[in-house]
Design a protein around this ligand. Structure first.
Ligand SMILES: Cc1cc2nc3c(=O)[nH]c(=O)nc-3n(C[C@H](O)[C@H](O)[C@H](O)COP(=O)(O)OP(=O)(O)OC[C@H]3O[C@@H](n4cnc5c(N)ncnc54)[C@H](O)[C@@H]3O)c2cc1C
Length: 436
């Protein structure tokens, strides 16, 4: 029998971004597991940019009992009312562009400053869980004993389950896929986890909204999330921080360069002139936004291929380490939070111990991987639709608008609670079969 002092499971989370924090908050609500979070940086940090989520993710925040803290820092307190997800305009023309699509849904587009979003998780994290300056250098996952963790600072630790929340450049994913390649003799599996350049360059920046009021008229992106679309390019603008700031992200796609090496650092600073040159000749509503970005950053957008598994031995992947995707459906963080919720629900079942852990991880993988991998693939396709590069749809606006909206259908599939129940059922069935 498990004593009070001895936790049912010791879980190590490596990486304290959105996925690691969401998982740590969810697992900290389970009384008989011990959770430790190891972050390589000296503190939790996020970039100065916006992040948006959809109602599925909001439901999880409610289920975790943390929604109130997020509501305080959302652009507006989220409600069930239908709101605009995105207003799609054709904009690569002088004068005035035009709307060709409108995506509306309950709760609309729920949006935050990233620092505030992370802060709401941090506010719900028990104080004795996080360890900073702990870059996981390697781990040993032997079938018989615990997982040994070795950090860059020379220290080590042990756990029963290691969860890789270490982002798109995940070293845990690399180690996992290398182990699978060794065991199966299939060397090709290793390349699936190597991030590749999408051929897309993104520019990002924030604008105080007082700069976006002209002749007493507010820029439309303050109130409405807008996607300004042009051939092989698009620009997204939406208000965050209670309407005091507009978040802008722009894309410049070179699809013929997809998979080629990206020659610069993934993220660099750039000039406003470079940004304006890229969208020269676009409608005024776009240039009015871009010229107010004082310190744009330039991103070589990378992705990974869909993985054949998110689990191996006593190790699981969550968030970008499992499914780093292009941002065209604003889904990466939401999917990370869905991973965290489903995994935490499975691990909270008292039936899960070291000896039954493999069934728990298999259930997590069976439920989450097909969904997140499908969104990873769909996000890439959505981006091509926004930029009139979808071969079948091109510039046929009457078909394109509905087809873009159709790409969001996954939002209405079984909700995260149903996913968690399905995973629990799968795990129980596997444990029963193992016993019979
Ligand atoms: C341009 C852009 C726009 C986006 N917009 C949206 C959006 O609007 N909505 C949305 O849902 N998603 C969006 N995303 C995706 C979203 O940002 C990511 O999916 C999300 O941040 C992933 O979180 P994560 O915790 O998995 O990874 P990360 O945020 O990368 O966190 C990884 C953490 O692990 C730490 N770490 C790394 N290696 C180690 C190690 N070896 N040991 C210990 N710690 C380590 C890092 O320091 C970091 O803190 C966007 C992405 C991009 C690129």
């Amino acid at each position: 029998m498990t004593s009070v002092q001895e936790p049912r499971l010791r879980i190590a989370i490596c990486g304290g971004g959105i996925s690691g924090l969401a998982l740590a908050v969810a697992l900290s609500q389970v009384p008989d597991v011990n959770v430790q979070l190891y972050e390589s940086a000296g503190r939790f940090r996020e970039i100065g940019a916006g992040v948006m989520i959809w109602f599925r993710t909001w439901r999880i925040l409610e289920l975790l009992g943390v929604a109130e803290d997020f509501a305080k820092v959302a652009n507006a307190p989220p409600t069930e009312e239908r709101g605009i997800g995105f207003d799609y305009r054709r904009s690569d023309m002088a004068g005035e562009g035009f709307r060709f699509g409108l995506f509306e849904l309950p709760y609309g587009c729920i949006r935050f400053h990233r620092a505030h979003f992370l802060g709401a998780f941090i506010a719900n994290l028990p104080s004795n869980i996080a360890h900073f300056g702990k870059r996981l250098a390697s781990y040993d996952d032997s079938a018989s004993g615990p997982v040994s963790l070795h950090f860059g600072d020379g220290t080590s630790a042990e756990c029963d389950l290691l969860v890789g929340c270490d982002g798109i450049k995940s070293s845990i994913r690399t180690a996992m896929l290398h182990a699978i390649a060794r065991e199966t003799g299939n060397a090709e599996v290793k390349s699936l986890g190597v991030p590749y350049w999408s051929g897309i360059i993104a520019y990002r920046g924030l604008i105080p909204t007082d700069k976006l009021v002209k002749d007493g008229k507010e820029h439309p992106a303050i109130a409405t999330p807008i996607m300004y679309c042009g051939k092989s390019k698009h620009v997204v603008g939406y208000g965050i921080s209670r309407g005091t700031v507009v978040n802008v992200i722009t894309m410049n796609s070179h699809l013929d360069k997809e998979g080629t090496p990206y020659s610069e650092e993934w993220v660099t600073e750039c000039s406003t002139e470079e940004l304006l040159d890229c969208y020269a000749g676009w409608e005024d509503e776009v240039t009015d936004l871009l010229r107010h970005i004082e310190q744009p950053t330039k991103w070589g957008l990378h992705s990974i291929k869909p993985l054949p598994t998110y689990v191996h031995g006593s190790v699981a992947l969550v968030g970008d380490s499992a499914h780093a995707m292009l941002p065209h459906q604003g889904a990466g963080s939401g999917q990370a939070i869905e991973d965290a919720y489903v995994l935490s629900r499975i691990l909270s079942d008292p039936i899960v111990t070291k000896s039954s852990l493999s069934h728990a991880l298999a259930a997590y993988d069976a439920v989450r991987r097909p969904k997140a991998n499908a969104i990873l693939v769909g996000s890439r396709k959505s981006g091509q639709m926004y930029e009139f590069d979808d071969e079948a749809l091109g510039e046929r606006y009457e078909d394109l608008g509905p087809a873009i909206v159709h790409m969001w259908d996954w939002l209405w599939e079984e909700d995260p609670e149903a996913d968690a129940r399905e995973a629990l059922d799968k795990m129980h069935a596997a444990i029963r079969d193992g016993l019979s």
